[in-house]
Design a protein around this ligand. Structure first.
Ligand SMILES: [Zn+2]
Length: 280
């Protein structure tokens, strides 16, 4: 069995067996962190710790799921970075995923996501859905009192169905995550393709009711993309981003190495480097 994330171990230790029991303030208190709600300016949350006690202050005007996530995020700092104080923007998860230099913030986000959606409670639910759409994930998000994005990220983490989660905006691809069984030969386009449903949503605000079938060449640069199909479902995220869940058909998982999958270039020493290091 895969090692539990420390946040999941915490949920198990506390004997929590239902999403309704994930009371983040109580979990914080039990771990020596007092949570206060106040009006903060310029940040979403702060953490000030001295020895084994800390105070987390959360911006009270934020929406409920964000406040819960912020508590989880500060508990993540408390777990991983004890002894330091933090003043967090707790940016939308998506902003931290797109940033390169936010390791501590991402660690805290990951802790929060595992605390709010512990695998032991989330996995059995998601396993029941053969091809989850973002609507299905929204329903689960409501049950766990957290955001759709947080739930979609956990879908990729738990790896129960082959899937890719992407974030595009008008400037192009911001970030993506994929389950380990998706071959890296599938190289996402830099910009949303005009034939994608995601592009319709970005450009004309035309929403999809659920998963729709597309050709893989709508999404990937690979020359053989038109031989494969996938299903896609997009919703609008925050700040103009389009969040898309892609469910590739099984044959895409077996597609072989594609030497021309992504644009190559060479550095001044003649060494080969991928075009966008660290992104794929
Ligand atoms: Zn932080």
């Amino acid at each position: 069995m895969a090692a539990e994330h420390p946040a999941e171990a915490r949920i198990a230790e506390l004997g929590i067996s239902d999403p309704k029991e994930i009371d983040v303030d109580a979990i914080a208190y039990d771990g020596g962190v007092e949570v206060r709600y106040d009006s903060l300016s310029g940040c979403e949350a702060t953490l000030v710790g001295v020895r084994d006690r800390a105070i987390a202050t959360i911006h009270q005007e934020s929406r409920r799921t964000r406040r819960r996530f912020s508590v989880g995020h500060e508990l993540g700092h408390w777990h991983h970075h004890r002894g330091q104080s933090f003043r967090c923007r707790v940016d939308d998860l998506s902003v931290n995923l797109a940033a390169k230099d936010k390791t501590k913030e991402r660690q805290a986000d990951t802790y929060a996501a595992h605390l709010l959606l512990p695998g032991q409670l989330f996995k059995p639910l998601i396993k029941q859905i053969k091809a989850p759409s973002l609507n299905d994930l929204s329903t689960i998000a409501v049950d766990f009192d957290c955001s759709l994005l947080c739930t979609a990220l956990r879908l990729i983490d738990v790896n129960t169905v082959p899937a890719i989660l992407t974030s595009y905006d008008r400037n192009g691809l911001r970030w993506f995550l994929r389950t380990p069984d998706i071959p890296s030969r599938w190289y996402l386009k830099d910009q949303l393709d005009e034939d994608s449903f995601a592009h319709e949503l970005l450009t004309y605000g035309k929403a999809q009711a659920g998963l729709r079938k597309s050709s893989a060449d709508t999404w990937f640069t690979n020359a053989d993309g038109d031989e494969y199909d996938l299903r896609e479902h997009s919703v609008e995220g925050f700040g103009g981003e389009i969040l898309t869940l892609l469910l590739p058909e099984n044959s895409m998982l077996d597609a072989r190495y594609d030497p021309d999958a992504f644009p190559k270039r060479y550095n001044e020493h003649g060494a080969y480097i991928p075009k966008r290091p660290g992104k794929r």
